[in-house]
Design a protein around this ligand. Structure first.
Ligand code: CUK
Ligand code: CUA
Length: 668
């Protein structure tokens, strides 16, 4: 293991001072017995018992006031249903984007347009879903590189997809998958964001048909969904999207080919045993039944061909969605399998697209497949078939090599120096190893070799590197997304935060080091992507007054000036037009009759950055966030008589507390 990183000479000579001084006080800031409070760096370091490594880490991550981070980490918020936006290297939380879960401070789910976005994600039965299990955020790409325009994320629990616009970091679209209830291998984009891929996980009968689990092999299926993305509209076009039926294995992670492998999609699977559980009836439990075989199948899908079949048939339509049947997928040569080590988890395409890295949870290796070999084997075909007739390409015909890394490899990301970084769940480590072929880069070590294993704390799941899953990765940082933090932070009770550890991935030939521990006290993140901050060009204020963030257009009911404030009554419908500006709403008195329908139009007419107002009505579960220029319309029934103050929920000015009014509902 290398430890050749350089410590600045001047500091190194002072290192001897660190542990020779008086005993450190009990707490930082306590006045020591001799009364001397250190006021210089070395004194503070001595007082706190910091090592040169600690000072190096502090210097690498400290962000002076007003300075900005170089990178932005978009992390899934796990079962909070949201997305976290974190600056790197400071690891400061910049924002949590509301996605599948109502979030009052963003005015998300408490009236207005965002409530309509959320509602689109309800079950077809109308059943309301107010949370999601977000796993894999994926940034939109152009030619295999992040373009900073959109972010997609899946909801594993309910098989949904969300589209976030990075001009305002707001969720614009939630789509309920019309035929599936479980997903996981998504969202992943094709290299020009032609499609957003949503891969399945647990097989079920398609489209909520009921079928006894005894009919598992006949009736249960997995569905791989290709959502067609319209970049101009900034929305998925459901009418141009399609699905492909897959065998009822448990498909897992997925990745789209790029460069050499462009046009292909790779999907892992486990439970190719088709175990159906039922331990209470004396059947083998899932954990045993689903990990019996030594190998599972990597699915290889030709998505360009599949898109052509979706266009011209044969397909069937289920709940409005075109579905390519499993038999068609086989006949049209859209789907191939190749064996992969027992219970794999991550499947990751290298920057050139020439290789595909599969990590088997229960196998100490990463297995590296060759795109060229896969393409040749696909052309040749195979006589060996799975029970559904899908051709199985021999491992020897598709494999490039294997690298032994240790226990529990999960996910792999890459840099531009020719290194791969694999998360080692059971080893609690980040493994750095070398690539060969077109991804060889500048590393001095032999190709396909383990270089270093850096301990992380603890049980790392996903891992992110600088644009580390694109055709053009950077280098310098890796984020270890650890599932357990155990003893890393102050005890906050038995439900602990996760721990993101920022790792200095250094230069070729040098060692990685942990720089920073960042507690994530909001559910369990899974994947994250780390983008160069300069690729993002969000609005500072909305481009014009009256902007409707859900449509991207001027709202027809926008209230453009203070003189447009008014109340319009038509029978039992009361419309209120309210301009919002520091520090008043107008009108300030709104009186309606019990049972009236209230339609309240509010426009923030401010043009000043950060002049945000909120609008809440106590007792009516209404709270909007109105950013400069933003328009929202909230509609509700005046079903409770009484007097209800409405007020601004953002401390916007010295007279913010006065920014209020009365909503008065006369009893019947
Ligand atoms: S999964 Cu959670 S650590 Cu959903 Cu990508 Cu691997
Ligand atoms: Cu507007 Cu407070």
């Amino acid at each position: 293991m290398r430890t050749s990183w350089k410590w600045p000479a001047a500091v190194a000579t002072l290192t001897g001072l660190f542990f020779t001084g008086a005993c450190a006080p009990a707490r930082q800031g306590d006045i020591p017995a001799n009364g001397a409070i250190p006021t210089d760096v070395m004194g503070v370091a001595r007082e706190r018992g910091l090592t040169p490594d600690d000072l190096y880490a502090a210097a690498k991550t400290f962000m002076p006031s007003g300075k900005h981070d170089d990178y932005v980490l978009f992390a899934s918020g796990g079962h909070s249903g949201q997305v976290h936006v974190i600056g790197v290297p400071s690891m400061r939380l910049l924002k949590t984007i509301a996605v599948f879960t109502p979030e009052p401070w963003q005015g998300y789910g408490y009236g207005g347009g965002p409530s309509e976005v959320l509602k689109k994600g309800n079950m077809p039965s109308g059943k309301e879903l107010t949370w999601g299990d977000t796993h894999h955020p994926n940034l939109s790409e152009t030619k295999g590189s992040y373009d900073g325009r959109f972010l997609f994320i899946n909801d594993k629990a309910n098989a949904r997809l969300a589209v976030i616009d990075l001009r305002d970091f707001e969720t614009k679209q939630i789509i309920k998958n019309p035929n599936a209830i479980s997903d996981h291998g998504g969202s992943f984009v094709t290299p020009n964001t032609e499609y957003v891929v949503e891969g399945p996980q647990y097989a079920t009968p398609i489209g909520w048909e009921y079928s006894d689990i005894k009919n598992y092999k006949e009736k249960y299926r997995a569905l791989l969904t290709f959502w067609k993305f319209d970049p101009l509209a900034g929305r998925v076009d459901v009418s141009q999207s399609f699905q492909m039926e897959l065998p009822p294995y448990f498909q897992d992670l997925a990745d789209a080919g790029k460069g050499a492998s462009e046009g292909l999609v790779f999907v892992n699977s486990f439970n190719t045993e088709m175990a159906t559980g039922g331990v209470e009836n004396g059947e083998p439990p899932f954990e045993a039944g689903a990990s019996k075989n030594d190998v599972d199948f990597m699915h290889i899908i030709d998505w360009r061909k599949a898109a052509a079949v979706a266009q011209h048939g044969p397909t069937r339509t289920v709940n409005g969605m075109r579905v390519i049947g499993l038999d068609t997928a086989v006949k049209e040569k859209l789907l191939f399998f190749t064996p992969e080590p027992k219970s794999p988890h991550g499947v990751d395409v290298t920057p050139s697209g020439e290789n595909i890295v599969v990590a088997g949870k229960l196998d100490p290796h990463v297995t590296i497949f060759s795109t060229a070999k896969i393409r040749a084997a696909m052309a040749k075909g195979s006589q060996e078939k799975d029970p559904f007739g899908v051709p199985i390409l021999k491992l020897d015909d598709t494999k490039e090599t294997q690298v032994e890394l240790g226990l529990g490899p999960l996910h792999t990301v890459f840099d531009d120096q020719g290194y791969a970084y694999t998360s080692m769940f059971l080893d609690s480590a980040v493994a750095r190893w070398t690539l060969g072929g077109a991804d060889k880069g500048k590393h001095p070590e032999p190709d396909w070799t383990l270089v270093q294993k850096l301990p992380v704390h603890y049980n790392i799941g996903h891992i992110a590197a600088v644009e580390g899953d694109t055709a053009t990765p950077g280098h310098g940082y890796v984020v270890a997304m650890n599932k357990w933090s155990t003893d890393r932070f102050l005890n906050v009770g038995p439900l602990l935060p996760q721990n993101f550890q920022l790792v200095d991935s250094a230069r070729p030939g040098e060692s990685m080091k942990v720089l920073y521990d960042s507690p994530i006290g909001v559910a369990e993140p899974h994947y994250a992507q780390l983008i160069r901050a300069d690729r993002l060009k969000p609005y500072e204020v909305y481009p014009f007054v009256g902007y409707n963030p859900e449509t991207g257009k001027k709202d027809p009911n926008a209230v453009l000036s203070p003189k447009d404030a008014r109340i319009v009554r038509k029978g039992k419908v009361v419309e209120i037009f309210t301009p919002v500006i520091r520090s008043h709403f107008s009108p300030e008195h709104v009186t309606v009759n019990e049972g009236d329908t209230v339609i309240w139009h509010l426009t923030n007419i401010e043009r000043t950055r950060d002049a945000i107002h909120g609008f809440c009505i106590g007792g009516y579960n209404v709270n909007l966030s109105l950013e400069p220029g933003e328009h929202q319309t909230v509609t509700f029934q005046a079903d409770q008589p009484g007097v209800f103050p409405f007020y601004c929920t953002e401390f916007c000015s010295a007279l913010h507390l006065e920014m209020m009014g009365y909503f008065m509902v006369k009893p019947r």
